[in-house]
Design a protein around this ligand. Structure first.
Ligand code: ARG
Length: 461
């Protein structure tokens, strides 16, 4: 067992049963790069304020750069029986450069070190998740383009509501993922504050230029209160929330396509490469990847709940409970990353069956358009709704559709009906009649698709 960073005060070695329980190195090794980054900057700050000699500062820098290089060459080397990644890096440094390495921790606490590491980590990893989100939005836009003028029913209460363009439906998911993209940016912005200089809780006794240190590490500001900083994990919770909500959106997308690729709907065809078979039933083509995306949403939400509960009972200041922040953060990130990739893969190879969606978009779901037809001819909407409700009731009883009515039949319900009702009551006429920019009218959807493409381009530049 390596010597601990705090062994001086203790007469006996720690009980392995109690100590091993508190070890975080197996998972916080993921902060290795960030720990080195933070320490490089801290050493510079110590030199700048005269707390560390230039020679020691140089030795520490060279030592840390060597450690970073070794870790990059051989990630498996970042392992051992150290308590945490901070202890590992410091032990390696002392092994390389001796006493100078023992001066690095001057004026610094692991409480702020773990906070700065996690903030640096999130700020470099969030853009990777955002790139995966953009790739998914791109596929949705490509599929929307390919869908062209194809029509499908929309649903409320999972009952057919009104016809929409398939492209409009696909872009509805893109809209949610773009909010997730923004929410992750907000999480990165929240993590954008330097906690170093807070010491263990009361601040440090060295005149560290924290503004310069913040700038050196790419932070735009410094935390405002050292006591708050030592236990603030709000930025971690915000990140886990952003991941959870993105997983909720992925889960809903997955659920939609599980339904719509089923025999019952048959709106889209799942590619063979995106499906799995049954070990017993030869006919089966199961949407396992989509089901797993839906299932993993539960895990992400569990992490959010768990982290909030870890935080809620803590007295002011750092508490070891906070070590429980890292696994939810890392696993939320991993879960979202693999789910975005899987969802994109499935959507890329999905085929629309436009003849099936067109048929499903016709029929009694055009009732609102019939009511609007009457309103356009002066009938108050409530009355129009009543009249059309009566037509629907009769058609249902006869197992018929609007298309089965002749002009005389229409006029039996209201003298306001004329021959042109036949053209007015089609799914094409229905979508064309929408007027607002957020609607499914073909012009609005074309504009929305163009705007999505512009957004994607602006994110890449
Ligand atoms: N491994 C610890 C964590 O993840 C680092 C901070 C430890 N600080 C302390 N005072 N025990 O939170």
């Amino acid at each position: 067992m390596s010597q601990h960073l705090w062994s001086g005060r203790f007469a006996s070695a720690p009980d392995p049963d109690a100590f091993d329980f508190g070890v975080s190195f197996p998972f916080d090794r993921r902060l290795f790069e960030d720990d080195v980054t933070g320490s490089l900057a801290w050493a510079e700050a110590l030199v700048a304020c005269g707390a560390l000699s230039v020679e020691d500062g140089r030795a520490i820098r060279d030592g840390l750069l060597g450690i970073r290089e070794q870790g990059r060459q051989d990630p498996a080397w970042i392992a051992g029986d150290d308590e945490d990644v901070h202890s590992f890096v410091e032990r390696q440094l002392v092994m390389r450069i001796g006493d100078a390495g023992r001066r690095l921790h001057t004026g610094r606490s692991r409480n702020e070190q773990v906070s700065v590491d996690l903030r640096l980590y999130l700020r470099r990893r969030i853009p990777r998740l955002q790139a995966r989100i953009r790739e998914l939005v791109q596929v949705l836009a490509d599929q929307a383009e390919r869908a062209g003028a194809s029509l499908m029913p929309s649903y409320t209460h999972l009952r057919r509501a009104m016809p929409v363009l398939v492209a409009h439906y696909l872009l509805s998911h893109a809209a949610a993922f773009r909010r997730d993209h923004d929410r992750l940016a907000a999480a990165a912005a929240e993590a954008d504050a330097l906690p170093l200089g807070s010491g263990a809780i009361a601040g440090t006794g060295y005149a560290i230029d924290v503004q310069a240190l913040a700038a050196r590490l790419g932070f735009s500001r410094v935390v405002t209160n050292s006591m708050d900083a030592s236990s603030d994990r709000d930025f971690a919770a915000t990140f886990v929330y952003a991941c959870s909500l993105a997983m909720v959106h992925l889960s809903r997308l997955a659920e939609d396509f599980i339904l719509m690729t089923s025999e019952e709907f048959g709106f889209f065809e799942l590619a063979d490469r995106s499906a799995t078979g049954s070990s017993m039933m030869p006919q089966k083509k199961n949407p396992d990847p989509l089901e797993l995306v839906r299932g993993k949403a539960g895990r992400a939400i569990g992490h959010l709940t768990g982290l909030l509960i870890t935080m809620k009972g803590l007295p002011t200041g750092y508490n070891k409970d906070l070590q429980e922040d890292k696994e939810p953060v890392f696993d939320s990130e991993d879960t979202l990353q693999v789910s975005l990739v899987a969802a994109r893969a499935v959507l890329t190879h999905l085929t629309l069956r436009p003849e099936r969606t067109r048929v499903a978009a016709s029929g009694l779901l055009l009732a609102t358009d019939v009511a609007d037809y009457l309103v356009a001819r002066g009938v108050p909407f409530r009355q129009a709704h009543e009249i059309v409700g009566g037509i629907v009731r009769d058609l249902l009883a006869k197992q018929q559709d609007f298309g089965d009515l002749r002009v005389a039949d229409w006029q039996a319900y209201s003298p306001h009906f004329a021959a042109d009702v036949v053209e007015a009551v089609t799914p094409e006429a229905s979508v064309a009649a929408r007027r607002t920019p957020q609607s499914t009218s073909p012009g609005a959807v074309r504009a929305a698709l163009a705007e999505t493409r512009l957004w994607l381009e602006s994110q890449f530049s």
